[in-house]
Write a protein that binds this ligand. Sequence first.
Ligand code: GLU
Length: 307
Amino acid sequence: MSRIDYQGVLDEIIDEVQSEFGKGHVASYIPALKRVPPRKFGMAAVTVDGDVFSVGDAFEAFSIQSISKVFTLSMALNAKGVALWQRVGREPSGDPFNSLVQLEHERGVPRNPFINAGALVITDCLVASTVNARRQIIDFIRRRSGNAGLCYDVEVARSEKTHGHLNAAMAYFLKSHDNLNSDVEAVLDVYFHQCAIAMSCVDLARGFLYLANGGDCPLSGVSVHERSRAKRINALMMTCGLYDSVGSFAFRVGMPAKSGVGGGIVGVIPRVLSVAVWSPELDPSGNSHVGTKALELFTTKTGMSVF
Ligand code: GLU
């Protein structure tokens, strides 16, 4: 197979997505996110050999939001093993990521680790199993991305906390079903902070390399997961990583990925690369509108997908 000109592909994509701006809306339910300029666009691809390709605002940090849930799932699986699956499911939700109705219907066992209720259970595992979960989470992500300077955006965390009543309701609901063991406010504090981590596309693409590389982190030289666990996390991204438009994302893009309401999406092509995109305008499901288009162009132009 001839070598792919990744830089050429990214350069074409930034030109071709220009007509897509203005069709989505920046998340406004977290006031600190509303201030982000809507037409930002960055994209980065990092190969498992460590080659980095980037375009646009690929080095500018933004709020990773739900993308953090992949990192915390990795940590919780390493801490708790398969016992975790007694507390959270592995099926797509088919409902909004913050649905209380589904949680009530299913008696406090969230559908999957990437909807908010599931992520709260995962964060609870970390609060219960570590002395300082906030420190452990940021350290884990710094090591995966090779950027020791990553930090929490305290303004975003504060904004989430002030307006996070639905997440608080979910956490108390989980507690009432004995599916949240730690102090509810302590879990919420860690959850709001993990969502408020600021990273660039380059940081995120590097940070997900261990999932593209069978569980081994090429940057730190550490084996984060055995191969089968990395496979399972990728499978969960494929089936649950894009809110309730995961089916059309698979149809259009064809790679395991995770999005966040900050406008980021990170995906992996196993054994080849990870790719991150950022554009803050969201579609009605909560995924970056331009970001989805950019990833669709990426898999089309490179001829790479998992299918
Ligand atoms: N912090 C956001 C929330 O809890 C995360 C949402 C997301 O990115 O999916 O609502």
